[in-house]
Design a binder for this molecule. Structure first.
Ligand code: GTP
Ligand code: MN
Ligand code: MN
Length: 611
């Protein structure tokens, strides 16, 4: 690039800059010099800005406005058919030392990765606008809050970031000279040169989702899809934040966050739960109890940051400001709260379009429309023989629209946790609920979560995969060190530590049917969990933890489940011992980084199973 152009880029950056923080200006200038955008927009997060960007995208054909009466302020986006999910094989942790990334992450040395990436980013924003998106994860100024900036050439990413984070001027003003903040850069990798026509969903066959934990940076290239493009989410709030948490004494987790109020005593409780992608976090976060006695309110559905408070208890926030939820399977009968939340102001991605300008997906309604436009823009009828919405289609919606939102979402310094649940999708073996024997046993249970693959990952749906703490794709450092960090947190918390439980809504009978009704009826399990925390229930000890004693699980109204309870809670020593062997194999890859406490838990489990 000529010096004249360089000089004008510096001008371009400064001209409209809404900060005078030299560090920010310098970084934005460097990225602009590298990517060579045509224009720069410093985002303020205003409604005006939203209106302008959505209008431009509608005009360009990359957003379809939905019917104003049916779904006000809402839009449909259709991705490129090959850009529909996170790309785990293109996701890299670039720590100085390979061992710090660990065997479960792809690792490339930071310098080598920069050498690979920079040529791709060079001129990658030509012909496009570069958006500067400052955002806060958590209430600005809160004890657990962190700040960041995403630079992106995707207006779709900007709109989603405005929903998913507290985005705009207040966040930028919070980034003061010398303060800690996370730098993230995103390009769809589709420069528009020589007047080339833009496509509705620009992206590149070459994709890189790269993390530099030592310098708190994310560089993402080639994809416009959620987890790859909304860098506040998995990239920052989990991968980078998990490393920050390890260094600073807190935890960044793939967890939902719930508030429960016992309506008889008025006492309230807070619970978090780690389930792998597409295993029911968003559903549980919006739980509508089917038993009396509980008020359940939503705080978060995907990510929780946990930090010990001054009183020695573990406090949690949902650092996000919106839901990026799986659409298929979300319907009046399964998640009425989500359906109500989606009344408007929502971006839908890869769902189907109805003839009257609304959206539809499998499981949204009991009846199937006669005609739709499918997620790829083609005519669709019920006998088309393919889903109308992509299995990983999503909605992006402001959390403040949730009718069940707890006031606690606004709490500056978070809420104290009483219980932590670990779960996955298991057709066999794992009982509906079992309380862990101790913090260390709970960490062992979290470390050994396995789940059947879903549409949120590439690969074969249904295959079993290990997903420790539901963090396999999201832990930014060595998984064994991460377990060690959890063990240390337990030591620090001592008596104040939340109680831990394993749950499984997905156990099936011989015919392949779910035996537990799930959804709203999961309130029955939560009821038992809280009563265990309170010491009201005695439970029954088993080899894998404490399960409800006969009569303790409230089945009023679903008495038909009673006959299956034996199978729902069955613990078969033979298959558990076989699973213990697999766990030993799984642990072996971590070598001497594996905490001894986990080996001890595995031995103790085998003993209890009667080996
Ligand atoms: P990410 O947002 O990708 O991290 O996933 P998530 O954990 O939020 O998953 P979500 O709540 O969107 O659930 C995805 C799928 O699980 C949907 O198909 C639901 O229908 C199904 N599901 C959720 N809860 C239950 C349940 O209690 N029982 C059964 N059988 N299915 C459930
Ligand atoms: Mn998730
Ligand atoms: Mn979710």
């Amino acid at each position: 690039m000529s010096n004249a152009t360089l000089a004008s880029i510096t001008e371009l950056v400064r001209e409209n800059a809404t900060t005078d923080n030299a560090e920010v200006l310098q970084w934005v200038t460097e990225v602009a010099e590298l990517t060579q955008p045509d224009a720069i927009l410093w985002c303020d997060g205003s409604q005006d800005e939203w209106n302008r960007i959505t209008s431009e995208m509608v005009e360009a054909g990359s957003l379809i406005p939905l019917d104003k009466n049916l779904r006000p302020g809402s839009f449909l986006a259709r991705s490129h058919p090959a850009d529909v999910a996170r790309v785990e094989d293109r996701t890299f942790i670039c720590s100085e030392n390979e061992a710090d990334a660990g065997p479960t992450n792809n690792w490339v040395a930071p310098d080598a990765m920069r050498a690979e990436l920079m040529p791709l980013f060079e001129g990658s924003m030509r012909g496009r606008t570069m958006y500067i998106v400052p955002f806060s994860m958590g209430p600005v100024g809160g004890a657990i809050t962190q700040l960041g900036i995403e630079i992106t050439d995707s207006p779709y990413a900007v709109l989603n970031m405005r929903i998913m984070t507290r985005m705009g001027q207040q966040a930028l003003d919070g980034i003061t000279p010398g303060s800690e903040w996370v730098r993230t850069v995103h390009s769809v990798g589709a420069p528009l040169v020589d007047g080339a026509e833009d496509s509705a969903w620009p992206c590149n066959d070459t994709k890189y989702i790269t993390h530099f934990p030592d310098t708190l940076e994310v560089w993402s290239y080639g994809s416009g899809y959620g987890g790859n493009a909304l860098l506040s989410k998995k990239c920052f709030a989990l991968r980078i934040a998990s490393v920050m948490g390890k260094n600073e004494g807190w935890l960044a987790e793939h967890m939902l966050l719930l508030k429960l109020t016992n309506t008889e005593t008025g006492k309230d409780y807070h619970l978090s739960a780690a389930f792998p992608s597409a295993c029911g976090k968003t559903n549980l976060a919006m739980l509508q109890p089917t038993i009396p006695g509980w008020k359940v309110e939503t705080i978060g559905d995907d990510i929780a940051w946990l930090r010990p408070g001054k009183d020695g208890r573990l406090y949690a926030i949902n650092p996000e400001a919106g839901f990026f939820g799986v659409a298929p399977g979300t319907g009046e009968s399964t998640n009425p709260v989500a359906m109500e939340t989606l009344w408007g102001n929502t971006i839908f991605t890869n769902v189907a379009l109805t003839d009257n300008g609304d959206v539809w997906w499998e499981g949204m309604t009991d009846s199937v429309p006669d005609h739709l436009i499918d997620w790829q823009g083609n005519d669709w009828t019920p006998d088309s023989g393919r889903p109308a919405a992509h299995p990983n289609s999503r909605f992006t919606v402001p959390i403040q629209q949730t009718p069940s939102l707890a006031r606690d979402w606004y709490e500056q310094d978070g809420v104290p946790l009483d219980a932590i649940l670990f779960g996955g999708r298991r057709a066999t073996n794992v009982p509906l609920v079992a309380q862990s024997r101790s913090w260390n046993h709970g960490v062992f249970v979290g470390a050994t979560i396995s789940s059947e693959k879903t549409a949120a990952q590439e690969g074969t749906v249904g295959e079993l995969r290990r997903d420790p703490f539901a963090m396999l794709p999201f832990c930014g450092y060595n998984m064994a060190d991460y377990w060690g960090h959890w063990l240390e947190m337990g030591e620090q918390l001592g008596e104040n530590a939340p109680k831990m439980f394993q749950v499984n809504w997905f156990r099936k009978d011989e015919d392949g049917n779910f035996m537990w009704p799930g959804f709203g009826d999961n309130s029955r399990v939560i009821d038992w969990v809280i009563r265990r925390v309170e010491g009201e229930h005695t439970g029954v000890e088993t080899a894998v933890g404490t399960i409800p004693a006969p009569g303790e699980l409230n089945l009023t109204g679903i008495e038909e489940v009673e006959k299956d309870l034996g199978k729902i809670f069955a613990i078969d020593p033979t298959s558990w011992l076989a699973e213990a062997d697999l766990t030993e194999e799984y642990f072996a890859q971590f070598g001497d980084r594996l905490p001894a406490a986990l080996t001890a838990e595995l031995d103790a489990l085998r003993d209890r199973l009667g080996k």
